[in-house]
Design a binder for this molecule. Sequence first.
Ligand code: NAI
Ligand code: MG
Length: 370
Amino acid sequence: TQSNMVKVAVVGGEGIGPEVTAQSRRVLDWFAAKRNVPMTLREAQYGLIPYLATGKVLPEDTAEAMDEADAILWGATGGPETTEVPAAARKAGSLLGLRSKYDLYANLRPIVASPALSASAPLKAEVLDGVDFVIIRELTSGIYFGEPRGIETLPDGQRRGFNTEQYTTNQIRRVARSAFELARTRRNKVCSVDKANVLETSVVWREEVIKLHKEEFSDVELTHLYVDNAAMQIVREPRQFDVMVTGNIFGDILSDCAAMASGSLGMLPSASLGPVDRFGRRKALYEPVHGSAPDIAGKGIANPLGSILSVAMLLRLTLNRPEDADLLEKAVQTALASGARTADIAEAGAKKLSTVQMGDAVLGALDKIS
Ligand code: NAI
Ligand code: MG
């Protein structure tokens, strides 16, 4: 029946978004055809093209496809810096707006070192060998959303900018829960990162994480780090981590820092998860970490692996198909090991594959190893 079909909305968006998403679409089709993964795909447009046709970057049809979807495979947003789409129209359908509409509070970024890329990685091979952890960043609260915020002029003429860091116990508990549950499917370790020696929000953060751990997750190994030490440890000994959970701003910075353990920005996938509803379903948006890359858009040279690895996360987290997720991740490593490189990850003098050719390489590896 239709009812056990998982609904996936495929939204390529703008810039290199549609180019890389076309390759993930081929991968999704491969899993539907060859592995009987039960899903229905619905493609929809986002950005400048629908804006020119309808006056909206997020037209009704796309909003509906995303509303009804269990999972959204997102490409990228961010048009060329022109006035073609007025700021107000952009804002009306923004990705930030979608994240808050679906309350996508848990942002997961896996950090996995690719052995095949270690020669060109900024960290030493012996530091990167075996690195495999996930950063969970709280995405809908913290200092990026706290009120009051603003810029004011003081009586003495100075300007003062101010923001408010804030977390409620419920906001902390739900993201910590995501971390503990994920850890149970991995190596059963959570490291919670805060700045509890200085910030009140962090004091509450740490106390709530400890409480929830004691109440429901005492089988998981829990440690705590201050954020400054966490940044150092990610560079010094990243292998020690399994799941790291932290607030919005700390997660923003630490995940970019940790990204350097895995080669190129074009390689990194992500998932943003919403609340579990009363049917046990959990809305999710999967997307590469990179943006629309206007400097290379339209050239057919973007690396599609961040988007393809986002499909692996979709298989694992929404479709509950861990063997298929493993298979896809292995196919990516197989393609890399055989020398497949897009321009962003190619060593000097190496043959550079196009976006489509990298898609071919992953599909070829899937056929070979499945
Ligand atoms: P970006 O990630 O688009 O590009 C940064 C650099 O990395 C560029 O030199 C680009 O060519 C390169 N790059 C990115 N992805 C690549 C890939 N798959 N293969 C090869 N090279 C790749 O970040 P930037 O330049 O800061 O932002 C460009 C636009 O994207 C902006 O409008 C920004 O707002 C938007 N953006 C959208 C995101 C999203 O849709 N979630 C996330 C980040 C940025
Ligand atoms: Mg960032």
